[in-house]
Design a protein around this ligand. Structure first.
Ligand code: CTP
Ligand code: MG
Length: 236
């Protein structure tokens, strides 16, 4: 399933991020094609911007994905809600679900295959990730611009930057999303930024497999510059 309902505020003004173009093709189309390339994927459910469902249906229909079963549902106000809504549209007999950000258009098929294979091999939750290049410091946040006191420096060799697709046993993913919804109704914890985070929160076991530098997320304008360069290199 592909959460694609975000507005892309950090990318700046313009269309919702999933519909912004890379090499003349919307990010969402790249992301759906990247998944569809894997033999492990039989159905793609997209959570579209709620006001853009019809547009996304037309878009996916016009980009040569006819051979694949692609369904579109309206997404929600948070990524977590969009995933929950997408999950509800997946037929009951599907036992493994990969969740892949529309904002990661260039993920290589090898990563998709590796995540699916790890779930098939018995893991309940699998995330692709890469080692960090930068040293990371934990700080006490201050008002914008004010110097932030450093609390500590985690050992970089134990840190990973996580990507998508994240793979799950379907029952586990559905259960943790239901747990999160129930806790939210109680005025509980803030939404998480990835699905594996919910599995961790509600007591499941998550494992990491190698990700890929080209599976980076398009978040800020510079990421789009890099994505254009990667695409040009692939086409050369
Ligand atoms: N997403 C979603 N529904 C939301 C928010 C995010 O489906 N309500 C999706 C985005 O479309 C994206 C993925 O979750 O594919 C990762 O989120 P992010 O990179 O944060 O995208 P945006 O929320 O669109 O960007 P920003 O946070 O800069 O507004
Ligand atoms: Mg966001």
């Amino acid at each position: 399933m592909v959460p694609a309902a975000g507005r892309g505020e950090r990318l700046g003004p313009g269309a919702p991020k999933a519909l912004r173009e890379l090499g003349g093709v919307p990010l969402l189309v790249h992301a759906v094609r990247a998944l569809a390339r894997s033999r492990a994927v039989g159905l793609v459910v997209v959570a579209a911007p709620p006001e853009g469902v019809a547009e996304v249906v037309t878009l996916l229909g016009s980009h040569g994905l006819e051979g694949k079963d692609v369904r579109v549902v309206p997404g929600g106000a948070t990524r977590q809600e969009s995933v929950r809504l997408g999950l509800a549209a997946i037929p009951a007999e599907v036992g493994i679900v990969l969740v892949h950000d529309a904002a990661r258009p260039l993920v290589p098929v090898e990563v998709v295959d590796a995540v699916a294979a790890a779930v098939r091999a018995g893991a309940e939750a699998v995330v692709p990730a890469v080692p960090l290049a930068d040293t990371v410091k934990r700080v006490e946040p201050q008002a914008a611009g004010a110097p932030e006191p450093v609390l500590d420096t985690p050992d970089r060799s134990t840190l990973r930057a996580v990507q998508t697709p994240q793979g799950f046993r379907r029952d586990v993913l559905a259960r943790v999303h239901a747990d999160a919804l129930a806790e939210e109704a109680d005025g509980g914890l803030p939404p998480v930024t990835d699905d594996a985070g919910l599995v961790e929160r509600y007591g499941g076991r998550v494992v990491v497999v190698p990700g890929h530098e080209e599976a980076f997320k398009v978040t800020r304008p510079l990421d789009l510059v890099l994505a254009e360069a990667v695409l040009a290199r692939r086409r050369a």
